[in-house]
Design a protein around this ligand. Sequence first.
Ligand SMILES: Nc1ncnc2c1ncn2[C@@H]1O[C@H](COP(=O)(O)OP(=O)(O)OP(=O)(O)O)[C@@H](O)[C@H]1O
Ligand SMILES: [Mg+2]
Length: 301
Amino acid sequence: MTNRYPVKNEQVALSIEQVSKGFNLIKPPNAWQRFTKQIMPKAPSKDGENGYTKRPVLAVDNVTFSVPRGEIFGVLGPNGSGKSTLIRLMCTLLSADSGKVEVFGYDINKEEMQVKRLISRVSVDAAFFKKLSPMENLVYGARLYGLSGQDAITKAQQILERLGLDKATFKESMEDMSRGMQQKVAIARAFLTTPVLLLLDEPTTGLDPRSKHEVRSFIDELRDTHDATIIITTHDMEEADYLCDRIAIIDDGKIIALDTPEGLKQMVTAQNGHKPTLEEVFMQLTGKKLVDPNAVEGAED
Ligand SMILES: Nc1ncnc2c1ncn2[C@@H]1O[C@H](COP(=O)(O)OP(=O)(O)OP(=O)(O)O)[C@@H](O)[C@H]1O
Ligand SMILES: [Mg+2]
């Protein structure tokens, strides 16, 4: 299938040294620590006062991967591990302190407009005109992308029906809809323009099992019939296992494993003679942090 916009090459390549999100004051001293500091003062720290330690929050820390065209690439990781930051980087909402992202050969900093034409993003906290209906929101979005009025209406209707949204709700105000239903409208909006790269940040969080299933099969179909490349973050291991060709597991802004779901399962030891599930892989690989003494660093001041 041909795309509306030409691409320079056949992959999304990301190589980021770091993205810092301001500074955190880590582990402020307790009363005893403050007292000992008064009687045994250290040389004043350049970054903080009274022993408070000021450290940069590294949301992404040396992450490099490339995703070939047509792949569904999953990014898994605990809360705060940097998944949304990666997605925001790839859709030009955020700049890295250092590093580079190329979407099918276009540099996201130097060729932002070309990149924007190729991508669409769905995030778990999608924004809408709350007083407008799903149809109005979708048609508005479609018109912005250059679809004619009638095409926009037809396509919006098709996608909303395909996602299993009740017809009666098409014209209801968005603010009266449940979060799950709103999420479906967000997904429908992203699919209106058949993007070449679809960035999905927890697209099925908050959906009921049937809706999750509908969205999953729609994502699958979109890849097969529209030649879309999809980068998806999720906390649903079963979903990642079902959908993804390859998965990166990130923790503290770093990639700790990257492989096919099957390859990841071979990285951990089987429990009770069963082949490990992706959830067990995730727990074993990221769970190490729970007993890592560095996890309580910062208490020294
Ligand atoms: N606006 C912000 N200001 C300061 N720090 C932020 C901001 N947004 C994110 N962070 C920090 O950046 C790091 C990565 O956050 P990010 O939202 O990318 O994580 P995530 O993997 O998407 O988490 P979740 O699974 O909860 O969605 C975290 O340490 C977070 O506290
Ligand atoms: Mg997130």
